[in-house]
Design a protein around this ligand. Sequence first.
Ligand SMILES: CCc1cc(Oc2ccnc(N(Cc3cccc(OC(F)(F)C(F)F)c3)C[C@@H](O)C(F)(F)F)n2)ccc1Cl
Length: 481
Amino acid sequence: ACKGQSSSSQTGIVCRITRPAVLVLNQETRQVIQKALQRATYPDIKGERVILFLGKVNYGLYNIQISSLSIFSSQAELKKDKSIDIAIQNVSVTFKGTLQYDYNGGWLLEVHRSVDFEIDTSLDLQINTQLNCEAGRVQADTSDCYLSFHKLLLRLHGEKQPGWIEQLFTDFISFTLKLILKGQVCKEISVLANIMANFVQDKAANFLTDGDIGVDISLTRTPVIKGSYLESHHKGFLTYKNQSSSFQDSTYTPNLLGDSRMLYFWFSDKVLSSLAKAAFLDKRLMLTLTGDEFKALLENKALDTFQDILLEIFQGSSFSDSQVVVRSLTAPLITCKLEGTVVKSSVSVEIQLLHQDQAPTVAFSFEEDVVTVMQASYEEKKLILGLSDFQIQHKSFRSVATLSMSQESIQAFLKSLTTMVGIPVIISRLEPALTTLLNSKGLDLFDIINPEVLTKQGYLVLQMDFGFPQHLLEDFLQTII
Ligand SMILES: CCc1cc(Oc2ccnc(N(Cc3cccc(OC(F)(F)C(F)F)c3)C[C@@H](O)C(F)(F)F)n2)ccc1Cl
């Protein structure tokens, strides 16, 4: 995907990160740069120079490594249609190592010296990161990387050296050292940037996978960088048991999302529908109520008015010897509109009688087409589902016992049962199940601020602010030695 931007960008999901988010993420740039400087390896610097009155001087700086590091400040800004420019000021780094030099001053005098040194540098970093698409994954290109030095001082340890040696070597090595530092530090930053991009990609893919059900988040085009946001476009195709199904969709346009919140996720309702289909195929859309649960639900909904019909259905056997099985007959169809998320499903309900030594028997069953309009919200790290409208279309029922009352009164009973018991119990089970699923992916670890779930014709938008996911960065920094 992405090479050459296939024209029909079937985009199912768009992630938008706005300037406010970039500023929050920038607070952690220092930790990442620090890691890059620490991870970088600095090769030995060897050389020889002929010096007036001294003859040929051989020298080498060995085992160069960082001994202290401090970063003063960093800024990040989005450059329209170009890159994310990160400027880091006043990185003061002290290197230490061993300088070995020898020269034969004059006829017999052979000097071989090995002395520890420290190099104090102060530098600025400019990293203009481009986001590309490589095999459907986000790739960070930080080749546009500059180092500029304010200061580079060599200090030799040991008995006081004649000052001219320090100056001499400083002149010798500073050019080479600057080249090496730039090369090594920028290389390390590029390595880290790509480890980070892969880390996010893999973490995101895991986030959108549960068992055999997954979402293909391959990019459908190169990420877009504008002045006030950057966004990535993903397929959003369902993968079920490693089979991927696609859908025609590219109703996304940038004006559908804002840039005042930190993070936006746009989901085509076809993505939601295909997830519902996968849940159905995965036999997740069924629910069993024990007779006692069913009885409790009936009682607190004051359904005793239907006492008689229930008695006939249960043929006198008690609630505790029964169970109610609710299941979807087809994959629910999910569409989004301004009022909310519309779920069209056809449901079967079976009232089964349990027997001591044989399989349960169905005493009564009925089928209904149910349309619900729902709203979602996420508060206190819990998903909350609201129901704003519903329609019930009775389809059929079957009863083992011949019931005395009329068809109409039975249908009235079934509609009330669905309205008062069926829909509420499904929602009350769905909320914790989805919350558990989201939190099993670590969503509860994120500091999500004032999340909103909005629906419009054909799509759903999640928008939120966030506190920096410190756990995520620590998690990431652990993955790299
Ligand atoms: C989990 C959020 C998500 C990520 C997706 O896939 C990717 C893949 C690569 N990069 C991204 N980015 C968006 C993003 C924003 C916020 C968090 C996030 O993932 C995570 F960090 F939470 C991870 F731990 F799951 C990913 C980044 C992409 O937009 C950019 F910036 F690189 F262009 N998303 C697709 C859909 C969804 Cl809902």
